[in-house]
Design a protein around this ligand. Structure first.
Ligand code: NAD
Length: 290
């Protein structure tokens, strides 16, 4: 298949490489001129997209996606699939899909979970929004780039599912970090806390699979000086997207709002470039204010 791939950053480069390794002819474009092994470089986004059966975008945010969509949609073939894998706001995902469909294309929003390691290993999870037909056309590519995909509903549903998941993750990681910071001040051994919580009603992914305490639980960024993993500023971005979506539909999300405030303070103070689980040493180093 002839595939256009736009946005060859930390995630896009390995995803494009995996598509090429599976035998597809991939035409890649990134504004910084990044080139990827076995991917044919294009000089513009429109050149990467023109006449391809599928065009994948993996871009930093909704504003850039809207711009790139404006550049490529007029050059794409009728019935081609516009497959956006970036994490963007639901409103942008829906607006871009509407423009694509109006121009005769099939649009799928399919943000991912699994991070850079998942992109490299081809084990990402895709959460997709769009028509059955669009999803079916994208499925063979999901199977190359990922281990699992879920068709969540119409356009925007993939982004909606992604921010709901990350709302849970952001809030639960803060709760887990608070508990371990408190346990330390109560002079509990963190290994004992893990042994109890990971098999009790407090168990969750943030404890059992991604424990924020160095040397405790399975290997996680905490064991690598909190190198990301999943950077704190990306968690902040996703929590903000959840708040924007909640505001649009008048949903009450008080812990989500507080999670934004905490991740913002953490990123501004010492979190930039660190894994989001480094919330633990930050909280542990602070004194109670109230
Ligand atoms: P990145 O910043 O490394 O990559 C984005 C790329 O887009 C950059 O190389 C940039 O030069 C390029 N770009 C920007 N404007 C462009 C334009 N106009 N035309 C062409 N290329 C352009 O980011 P990333 O880590 O690869 O993340 C990409 C998306 O995936 C984001 O939406 C992010 O939220 C999401 N995501 C990231 C992770 C992760 O762990 N990094 C995990 C899940 C989802």
């Amino acid at each position: 298949m002839e595939i256009g791939f736009i946005g060859l950053g930390n995630m896009g480069a390995p995803m494009a490489r995996n598509l090429a390794a599976a035998g597809h002819k991939v035409h890649g474009y990134d504004v910084t001129g990044i080139e990827v092994e076995h991917v044919t470089p294009a000089t513009t986004a429109a050149e990467a997209a023109a006449t391809r059966a599928v065009v994948v975008t993996m871009l930093p945010d909704g504003e850039v996606l809207r711009r790139v969509a404006g550049e490529i949609i007029p050059f794409m073939d009728d019935d081609a699939v516009f497959l956006d894998c970036s994490t963007v706001d639901v409103a942008t995902a829906r607006a871009v899909a509407e423009d694509a469909v109006t121009a005769g294309l099939r649009a799928v929003d399919a943000p991912v979970s699994g991070g850079i390691a998942g992109a490299e290993a081809g084990t990402l999870t895709f959460m997709a929004g769009g028509t059955e037909d669009g999803y079916a056309a994208a499925l063979p590519l999901f199977e190359i780039m990922g281990g699992r995909s879920v068709h969540c509903g119409p356009s925007g549903a993939g982004q909606a599912a992604k921010i709901c998941n990350n709302l849970i993750l952001g809030v639960s990681m803060i709760g887990v970090c608070e508990a371990f910071a408190l346990a330390e001040k109560l002079e509990l051994d963190p290994q004992k806390v893990f042994d109890v919580v990971s098999t009790s009603s407090g168990s969750c992914w943030a404890v059992n699979s991604y424990c924020p305490v160095p040397g405790v639980g399975p290997k996680s960024p905490a064991d690598n000086d909190y190198q990301p993993g999943f950077a704190a500023e990306l968690m902040l971005k996703d929590l903000r997207l959840a708040q924007a979506a909640a505001a649009q539909v008048h949903a009450e999300t008080p812990l989500g709002a507080q999670a934004v405030r905490l991740y913002q303070a953490f990123v501004e103070d010492q979190g930039r470039g660190r894994d989001f689980s480094a919330m633990l040493p930050w909280l542990a180093g602070r004194d109670r204010t109230g």
